[in-house]
Design a protein around this ligand. Structure first.
Ligand code: PDD
Length: 287
C-alpha cells in the first residue's frame, strides 16, 4: 500500500504530494510545524501539540489554515488511510505561495501539508545502553520557542553528532549553559538526586513531552527544579536524558568525552522512561 499525504485539502499519493516552488516555506522557511507521535493507533498529547501549533502561528502572524476540529478530522483520516498504528504525523503550515519578496504577501493563503511515517515504539533495550550527545555552540536565533521550519543550525548540529556516532547534539551558549538538543529537550539528575531541566522561555522550544514528563515526575514524587544548568554541571551529573515526541524519554550516558554516572542509564531515567510509556497508552492517548 502506498503512503498517502495531505496537501491543501486533498489526500494524495505521497510521491505526488507537491507544493509550489514559490511556497514561502520553501524560499524563506516562513512556516511552522508539529510532530505528533502515534502509539497503538492513538495520537499522543494531541491537544498540547495543537495548542503549540496555534501559538507558533500566532507568533508569526500566519492565519490558521483550518479550524481545530477540522484539523483533528484530517489527522484521523490520514491515519486511517495509511492504516498507521505506530509512528508520527507531521503537520506543516506556511504563509503560502507568493512572488518572492521578504515582507508578508497581502493575499497569500496559508499552505498546510501533513505526512505520516512509521516509527517504532519506545525500546526498553535503550535502558541497557543509553545514547551519547555532543555539545555544539548555540548559534540559533532568539525565538527558539517558536516551532519554525527554519532548522538549519539544528540540521548542522545533528549532522555533527551523527558524524561522531552520537545520537544528539546539545546547544551550549556563551555562558556555558545548555539550551536544549537539536530536536529534543535536555535533562539532568544532579549528584544529590535532583531532577533539573531548563525553564521554558525564548531560548528553547517548550517541548510537549517535556511538559508531560515534568508532570509525571511530580506524580512520582521525584524532587525537581526548572533552572538552567551548565555543560560542566551536566558532565558531573549522576544521570542525563532527553525528551521529544519521537525520542520519548531517552537516557544519555556520555556527553562529549565525559561518562555520565556509571555509564549506564540511571534509576530516575528508567523510572521516567517507564512512566512515559504507560502514559502514552493511558492518559496521554487521544483516540
Ligand atoms: N522536535 N527542542 C527542539 C529544538 C525540537 O525540535 C523538539 C521536537 C523538542 C521536543 O519537543 P516535543 O517534546 O514537543 O517533541 C525540543 C521534533 C520531534 C522534530 O523536530 O522532529
Amino acid at each position: 500500500m502506498s503512503r498517502i499525504s495531505y496537501v491543501n485539502g486533498r489526500y494524495v499519493p505521497h510521491r505526488s504530494a507537491l507544493v509550489h516552488v514559490e511556497d514561502r516555506g520553501y524560499q524563506f522557511a516562513d512556516g511552522v510545524y508539529e510532530v505528533v507521535a502515534v502509539h497503538k493507533g492513538k495520537l499522543v498529547d494531541e491537544q498540547g501539540h495543537l495548542d503549540r501549533l496555534d501559538r507558533s502561528l500566532w507568533e508569526l502572524r500566519i492565519a490558521p489554515p483550518m479550524s481545530r476540529s477540522a484539523l483533528r478530522v484530517v489527522m484521523r483520516e490520514l491515519l486511517r488511510r495509511n492504516r498507521l498504528r505506530q509512528g508520527i504525523i507531521y503537520i506543516q503550515v506556511t504563509r503560502g505561495v507568493a512572488r518572492r519578496d521578504h515582507p508578508f504577501p497581502v493575499d497569500a493563503t496559508p499552505s498546510i501539508v501533513m505526512t505520516v511515517a512509521l516509527k517504532p515504539p519506545p525500546d526498553p533495550l535503550v535502558l541497557e545502553t543509553g545514547k551519547r550527545v555532543v555539545s555544539v555552540p548555540e548559534i540559533r536565533w532568539g525565538r527558539c520557542d517558536i516551532k519554525s521550519t527554519s532548522l538549519l543550525p539544528n540540521v548542522l548540529a545533528k549532522q555533527q553528532a551523527r558524524e561522531v556516532g552520537a545520537y544528539e547534539a546539545w546547544f551550549v551558549d556563551g555562558q556555558g549553559v545548555v539550551s536544549e538538543g537539536a530536536s529534543t529537550n535536555a535533562w539532568i539528575v544532579t549528584r544529590d538526586g535532583q531532577l533539573v531541566t531548563r525553564p521554558t522561555g525564548n531560548e528553547i522550544l517548550g517541548g510537549i513531552t517535556r511538559a508531560s514528563v515534568l508532570e509525571l515526575a511530580r506524580k512520582e514524587g521525584i524532587e525537581l527544579i526548572e533552572r538552567p544548568f551548565t555543560l560542566a554541571e551536566a558532565k558531573e551529573a549522576r544521570e542525563a536524558f532527553i525528551t521529544s515526541a519521537t525520542s520519548y524519554v531517552l537516557p544519555i550516558v556520555q556527553i562529549d568525552d565525559a561518562v555520565i554516572g556509571n555509564g549506564k542509564p540511571g534509576s530516575v531515567s528508567r523510572r521516567l522512561f517507564e512512566a512515559y510509556r504507560v502514559y502514552m497508552e493511558g492518559e496521554g492517548a487521544e483516540a
